[in-house]
Design a binder for this molecule. Structure first.
Ligand code: HEM
Length: 413
């Protein structure tokens, strides 16, 4: 007979209020220490899943539903008007709805389509580097990470260069939904959603008339047994790409550089052997991932390892502690690009049916960026305090990352 989870005597993770004051590195260390002793801990609104195998098992169990929608639902500052306009997105959809969406859109996010953008990614990165490499100093988060993903998302979608600024503003405003200032931000978020919505509908009309070689045209033509995405679903997918594909990538790049600045050998190697970036990025994402946890809600009573999680129980599978599980990765704190003890993938892209749809694109973006950065910012060093984002739902990374390096001349593009 399984024991109800709320009757167990479980170790506690620090309450959310305390966590936002704590340095997030300290909080992560607390979780990683806990994970050495247990796979399950209790928080103030749910349970944290700490070990690799349990994180994967629970993310793969379809009875656990995405809790993305709850981030907004649980926020007391959400107005009824804002709540009413919330559409189901691929991130929150479950069951047949999710299977259908995923089947229709997955081919457009293939590795081949991501690879086609690699030359463009290099062009964008070289352009950004040209602004700073002569000086030998930079706030890497502001100068390089922040602007990098937007042009790529625009190119992917088929939006022209003249609209990069617009997308950048919409993305920052829509992403405010994850910040702690929702009361003030709701009007801005709604305005950005409305503008993006209108823009996307115009772009859809244009692409229906004359398709191009871009994501939107692929999504419009995506069809399975006569089934197609509606205009509302196309708009939802564009918003999902902006939400899923901008802040994640820029923070992951910042985290990669923050870590590699302390690994000069790896820095030098990836500068001269760009093919090394593939393994290096996976290991960097394992150690220092931009998404540290996700949330799931029990859609029914669920028994797991003789524990009953009643319907409605909230869990937080911790990707960051799973990635550090000593039963899976020997000496998990060490950066080792040729691990032989395990074929287990790093968890920062998630697992199961919601596994990151943009993983190929994100990998390509990071793999193209890193060798160029390392070659054009040799002998990089962190030159001041790194300021990390305050606690927001989900995405983690540096807001400010001051670096110095040996100056290099601009590249003629
Ligand atoms: C390093 C960068 C990225 C990281 C770390 C990341 C991480 C993740 C994670 C952990 C999930 C699963 C969330 C869950 O299970 O609750 C996810 C889902 C998703 N990601 Fe990413 N992501 C990245 C880049 C991207 C990019 C570039 C795009 C789009 C172009 C994207 C689009 C999505 C979408 C649409 C989903 C939802 C998939 C579904 O629910 O079926 N992501 N991502």
């Amino acid at each position: 007979m399984a024991t109800r989870v709320d009757l167990l005597d479980l170790p506690a993770v620090s309450p959310r209020a305390l966590r936002s004051q704590k340095d997030r590195a300290e909080h992560l260390q607390e979780l990683r220490d806990l994970a050495e002793a247990t796979w399950l801990a209790k928080g103030d609104i749910g349970y944290t899943i700490l070990k690799y195998d349990d994180v994967v098992a629970m993310l793969r169990d379809k009875r656990w539903h995405s809790a993305v929608g709850l981030i907004v639902e649980l926020n007391p500052d959400v107005t009824p008007e804002f709540r009413a306009r919330r559409r189901e997105s691929i991130l929150s959809a479950e069951g047949d709805t999710h299977v259908r969406l995923r089947r229709l859109v997955a081919p457009a996010f293939s590795p081949r389509n991501a690879d086609a953008l690699r030359p463009f990614m290099r062009e964008v990165m070289n352009d950004l580097l040209n602004n700073v490499t002569e000086s030998g100093t930079s706030d890497f988060a502001l100068d390089i990470c922040n602007p990098y993903p937007i042009p790529i998302i625009c190119e992917l979608l088929g939006a022209p260069r003249s609209d990069w600024e617009l997308f950048s503003r919409w993305a920052s405003d829509i992403l405010r939904v994850f910040d702690s200032n929702l009361k003030n931000d709701i009007p801005l978020i709604m305005a950005a959603q409305d503008e993006l919505d209108a823009y996307t509908r115009d772009l859809i009309t244009a692409r229906r008339k004359s398709p191009k070689d871009d994501l939107l045209s692929s999504l419009i033509s995506a069809e399975e047994q006569g089934d197609k995405l509606s205009n509302d679903e196309l708009v939802m997918m564009v918003e999902a790409v902006i939400i899923g594909g901008t802040d994640t990538t820029r923070n992951q790049l910042g985290l990669a550089v923050a870590l590699l600045a302390n690994h000069p050998d790896e820095w030098q190697r990836v500068a001269t052997q760009p093919e090394h970036a593939q393994r290096l990025i996976e290991e960097v994402m394992r150690i220092n991932g931009a998404v540290r946890a996700t949330g799931r809600l029990a859609s029914q009573d669920i028994e797991y390892k003789d524990i009953l999680f009643p319907q409605g129980t909230l869990i937080f599978p911790s990707l960051a502690t799973g990635n550090f599980d000593g039963d899976v990765f020997n000496n998990p704190e060490q950066l080792l690009t040729h691990r032989t003890e395990s074929n287990a993938p790093q968890l920062t892209f998630g697992s199961g049916i919601h596994y990151c749809l943009g993983a190929s694109l994100a990998r390509a973006e990071l793999q193209e960026a890193l060798p160029l950065i390392a070659a054009r910012m040799p002998h990089i060093k962190i030159s001041g305090p790194v300021r990390y984002k305050v606690a927001t739902a989900g995405i983690y990374g540096p807001d400010s990352l001051p670096v110095t390096f040996t100056p290099t001349p601009p590249l003629i593009l």
